[in-house]
Design a protein around this ligand. Sequence first.
Ligand SMILES: Cc1ncc(COP(=O)(O)O)c(C=O)c1O
Length: 456
Amino acid sequence: MTTLPDTRRPVLNTALPGPKSAAIMARDGQQLSTSYMRPYPFVPDHGEGVWLTDPDGNTMLDFFAGIAVSTTGYNHPHVVKAIQEQAAKFMHVCLTDYPQEVTTSLAERLVKYVEQPGEKWRVFFGNSGAEAVEAAVKLARNHTGRTHIISTIGSFHGRTYGAITLTGSKTKYKRGFGPLLPNVSHVPYPNPFRPPLGSTPETCGDAVLAHVEMLFKTVLPPDEVAAFIIEPMQGEGGYIVPPASFLPKLRALCDQHGILLIFDEVQAGMGRTGRMFSFQQFEQYGNVQPDIITMAKGIASGLPLSAMLAKESVMTWAPGSHGSTFGGNPVAAAAAHATLDLLDGTVRHPGCGESLMHNAAEVGRYILAELRVMQQHFPFLGDVRGEGLFIGLEFVTPDGQPDGKLRDRASQAMFERGLLNLDCGESVIRVSPPLILTREEAEVGLQIMREALASL
Ligand SMILES: Cc1ncc(COP(=O)(O)O)c(C=O)c1O
């Protein structure tokens, strides 16, 4: 419920970082883990709506939402109120042992977004995306009695041991950390812009499925495969949308071999693509119902919460076999209720139509159309793709190869003009703003992008 005028622009009082931010960055550099990256010299101090301000008074427009997390923007009054009210009641009693109404009703609510007639679902709560993924893999093995998991190249599933094993985006996540989880295979992701296995944009889905079937005949007995885990739209790998027919065909292949299908909706889920979950964009092309769904990031507007939803027929593990001290924290659950209120339109956010999901679809369409116009002027924009506010811009060399260096320069040029953004894939900038972004605010960001791209 931002009170800011739609015409608001970034404010850059100082070069970044300003003196106060620089002092914090220096302490941060001395004290925090060497694994943290610091590609952008910005230190958030407070936020409002889609704007973040640093201690030096510089205000940036946020086009990445803390990696697709801050769905309702910063300090949304409806979310803040829910957090305050729950914090004043109680902040923790371990859900593994004691039921709590706020989490019970959250579970009841989450399954309603995916349940189909005659099929009940259950929910396990964790704190992070990786924790939801770990739970999904443990459940799949436990339920099927099989061990093997298939994942995809380019995927990101988190950084715990099971999750980094499944992750297929960059070797730096694995180098020096082995041994990893045994019995995990990776197959190409059907990327229409860079079709794998000698395929075309039209045939890349079928080519991947043929590759999986070849593995089943030669090296990987399908009756030893517990699950196939996939992002229905790939996030860290480059904001990639697969061909429409791919997921229904993958569902059919899994059914043929009794393999569970896990959709990792951690990044693309929670309304970002214009539907609650990104797989639902493909429902019109056939059966895409998974057996297990993982979600986190945007679920609670920034409080740590994740959920692993599974069909009741699959969630057969025994009491005590899995749990989490903090998972399903009641304050995070209250924040999730308030977030869902805004996402599904139970509570309206002024200026964002009937729901934030609806707004994501509409403003996303506008951004995508404007980026496609920009593509005409800047030939190094090889591809512009996405659904809703899940949009990727891929930078290419004149001969069409990924141009990561140019992407980095573009990203810095946008940042220096007041636009917080984030890379992904080999040469992609992702556009993943809070879902409360208005068309006018989107236009401010697009104008910064135009100027930044023209400066390269
Ligand atoms: C699709 C996907 N799955 C899982 C994860 C891991 O989430 P977390 O960092 O909360 O553990 C991420 C994080 O980027 C993700 O994008």
